[in-house]
Design a protein around this ligand. Structure first.
Ligand code: PLP
Length: 419
């Protein structure tokens, strides 16, 4: 089946009410038929609902649908993108371990990796996505994963997935890709050998800036890498916190099983069933929206390129962009709605951000409403001139998240503001 069809049907069997819309099960807990039924559910002898912190029927449809869209085996929804990223890392690492991660990442992920994980005794070793060959130098026997974004936010780069995956495979290390900006409609990292995909569903999945959420998807390849691998001994040995369960001994995808039964159980960043229901609505038209976001962004990027006051435009599918070859290879049907451009100075960029009327000044992406951000005066305000340059953020850089308004109106708004 094609993704447009999967997004509408996968994971939902109509119940006796025959509702066309997926029912919203707003409940915290579920009744057991008997003590034996309860015991069987806890022992995984039977599958069923126990408590919404570890599973809910509405969330289950969302998870199955998203896993199918990514070409994965199973998925776990969480309360936010950050909790999905945190759990995907903590599922593999303990104090003393290290991770290898791209420099070009969402700022919140950088802070998680370089500050919060450090306090837990997990070291983040960073690489430049334009120099994947240097990853090899960073790997040792304590390296548990390699992490990167498929379209990076805010630098808008597209890494060479296959080069990174080749290195990871040589060492039997799992790769995790944040596919938030591309969405499963434009990119499926699993097709290129990636083992785990994470998303913030707060962006394009909801599409209208309605709800916070995240999701983790496991590929078939994850089990192959985990099974019998000393690097991941905790998946292959009895878990004392779950009456000696060995995750790789069950028929269930082990990465998601452990994330659910151990991390979600103990740390509890479970999604609200209502948010899962909203994401199901969002998925229904995600393919149409991503096509339009991508088409409008490319048109605006080309228009900006010709503007005399614009020094540089970054959009992966612009011919001549340093990411063009990777974008052609790894993205299908568009490069999503994020683009950035540079004007002469900090003051000029700030003036433009202040002058637009349709674009909103918001630090978010992936909304149906267009967004403008001036990183140097907002998200990256604390960085020095040198730090800004290292992060690929010049003082005159403006980032746009192109929404679904008529592209003519967006261009007119930018023309008015830039002058
Ligand atoms: N990943 C990317 C690429 C993001 O842009 C963001 C947020 O902007 C996140 C993860 C974090 O997601 P959330 O805000 O849902 O926690």
């Amino acid at each position: 089946m094609r993704k447009e069809t999967i997004a509408l049907h996968a994971g939902y069997e109509k119940d006796e009410q025959k509702t066309m819309a997926v029912p919203l099960y707003m409940t915290t807990a579920y009744a057991f038929d008997s003590a034996e039924h309860a015991a069987n559910l806890f022992a995984l002898k039977e599958l069923g609902n126990i408590y919404t912190r570890i599973g809910n029927p509405t969330t289950d449809v969302f998870e199955k649908r998203f896993a199918a869209l990514e070409g994965g085996e199973a998925a776990l929804a969480t309360a936010s993108g950050m909790s999905a990223i945190t759990y995907s890392v903590l599922n593999l690492c303990e104090a003393g371990d290290n991770i290898v991660a791209a420099n070009q990442l969402y700022g919140g992920t950088v802070t998680l990796f370089t500050h919060t994980l450090k306090r837990l005794g997990i070291e983040a070793r960073m690489f430049d996505v334009h120099e994947p060959e240097r990853i090899e130098e960073l790997i040792d026997e304590k390296t548990k994963l390699i992490f990167f974004e498929s379209i990076t936010n805010p630098s808008i780069d597209v890494p060479d997935f296959e080069k990174i995956v080749q290195i990871a495979n040589r060492h039997g290390i799992l790769t995790i890709v944040d596919n938030t900006v591309a969405t499963p409609m434009l990119c499926n990292p699993i097709e290129h050998g990636v083992d785990v995909v994470v998303h913030s569903t707060s962006k394009y999945t909801t599409g209208q800036g309605l709800a916070l959420g995240g999701i983790i998807v496991e590929a078939k390849s994850a089990r192959k890498k985990i099974e019998g691998n000393d690097r991941y001994a905790h998946f292959n040995e009895p878990d004392p916190s779950y009456h000696g369960l060995i995750y790789t001994d069950t028929p269930f995808p082990p990465f998601i099983l452990r994330a659910r039964l151990s991390l979600l159980r103990d740390m509890g960043a479970a999604p609200s069933p209502f948010n899962s229901w909203l994401f199901i609505q969002g998925l229904e038209h995600l393919s149409l929206r991503m096509r339009q976001h991508s088409q409008s962004a490319l048109e605006i990027a080309k228009w900006l390129q010709k503007h005399p006051k614009v020094k540089k435009v970054n959009y992966p599918l612009l011919e001549g962009d340093k990411n063009y070859q990777n974008a052609r290879k790894y993205l299908k049907g568009g490069a999503s709605g994020l683009l950035s451009f540079e004007v002469e100075s900090f003051d000029e960029a700030k003036r433009i951000a202040d002058s637009v009327q349709i674009f909103s000044r918001v630090v978010n992406i992936g909304d149906s409403k267009s967004i403008i951000t001036h990183p140097a005066s907002t998200t990256h305000q604390q960085l020095s001139h040198e730090e800004l340059l290292a992060a690929g953020v010049s003082e005159g850089l403006i980032r746009l998240s192109i929404g679904l308004e008529a592209v003519e109106d967006l261009i007119a708004d930018l023309q008015r503001a830039i002058g």
